[in-house]
Design a protein around this ligand. Sequence first.
Ligand SMILES: C=C(O[C@H]1C=CC=C(C(=O)O)[C@@H]1O)C(=O)O
Ligand SMILES: [Mg+2]
Length: 468
Amino acid sequence: MVTIHKTNIEKAYDTARTKAKQIHRPVLLSIVEEVDAVDPLSFYYGGNSFHGERFLWKDRDHTITLVGLGAAHILSTDEKEGRFFTVENEWKRFTQESVIVTGDKWAGTGPLLYGGFRFDPLNDNSEEWNQFSTGTFQLPMFMLTKPEKTNYLTMNVICHPDEDERSFHERIRLKEELLANARKAIIPERPEWIGNRDVKPEEWKESVQSVVNRLQKGEMDKVVLARKCEVSFNQQVTSDFVLDNLWKQQPDSFVFSFEWEGSCFIGATPERLVKKTGEEILSTCLAGSIARGNTLESDEKLGEELLEDEKNRYEHHLVVDSIRQALDPFCDTLLIPSTPQLMKLKDIQHLYTPVIGQASENTSLLSLVEKLHPTPALGGVPRDKAMHVIRQEEDMDRGLYAAPIGWIDAYGNGEYAVALRSGLLQGDKAYLYAGCGIVADSEPESEFKETQMKFRPMLRGLGGTVHE
Ligand SMILES: C=C(O[C@H]1C=CC=C(C(=O)O)[C@@H]1O)C(=O)O
Ligand SMILES: [Mg+2]
């Protein structure tokens, strides 16, 4: 990796081209510059000439927003077991040969790989998820990074050995145009909502009962079962208006979109899988749910009920235990409070235990993702047995729902969320997914109601009427 500090970009371009000629391979040139304040959503809408190749990421702590336009490079794998390492090694190799022009090494700027790993590489019941590989990632052509108050723009160009200079100048012109577009107010178009329907709701409740019977016999401790809801529109649904809604409606969640080959995976999830900045790592145990109350008093009462409820505490405890076991071997220090607190979101409250650790040297972000996924907040205990039951019982493909989605930069910093409260926009349909942790004393009807609450953020985000 060659890092050049604040130089003439023509010179950097020559360096990259010369390098490409020497190694007989294309070389990535990544140019980072500080720009005047840009509204991330306007940058996204204004980049609609890249429709189908855009992404947006906002974390739940409001520390970073990323918007990517266009794909300078695609990295995907169909490997099953080794997919995390394949992506990691490919990414390392690719960035090691790159030329980066930057003022400093800010996390989330420069070369950055955005995308996700499918929930279950062994599920080939594909339906709507055909176009996604077991790991699907892109390096954006243009990317806006907003860490709190600053604004950076990264331009990624793949320089070929026989590169024609004109295409480079064309990219610079395009970058200026995208920044100018983002400063004009663009209001996203909203298609008309036709209706929504639960897919096989009665069958799902029967599955819950059959899993409860097995749990009561002691075959396993926990299995998370999910179901699907389908929403129809009068015309193609694009991600713009959905993002606009989710951004405003779910300030305390990760808001993300990932446009890919005509579809868009989108959502507002409260759950972090893992974040790594230098050696510091953060993770989240999130499991156990109850409704929000209509008044402050009833809301507090429900919160207290959740904190004391044995069934929910058990659901949660299994997640804490498993995350501790996964992270402990990779950490010099690991801090996990012994009792959960409440995470209150617009439609639901959860039991929540934050995790902070100091990773031992040479621990990579994707190796942590590999160890953590799927946590028992989406899979179960024991993991392999639960995955087998999910394949048997769910009769669908989760695709990227409940899967790790996020980013990694050239310095190994990054963050992956667990893609809950999410859906796939495809043509004039949106497919939404929601699941529940099933334990021995689960009741199908009340778990069904829990999934109804978990569909609400996306139903509202899609413009549906949600009874508060
Ligand atoms: C599987 C989902 O939620 C998980 C995260 C929080 C609470 C959960 C629960 O109480 O069952 C689930 O484990 C989902 O939202 O689809
Ligand atoms: Mg639950």
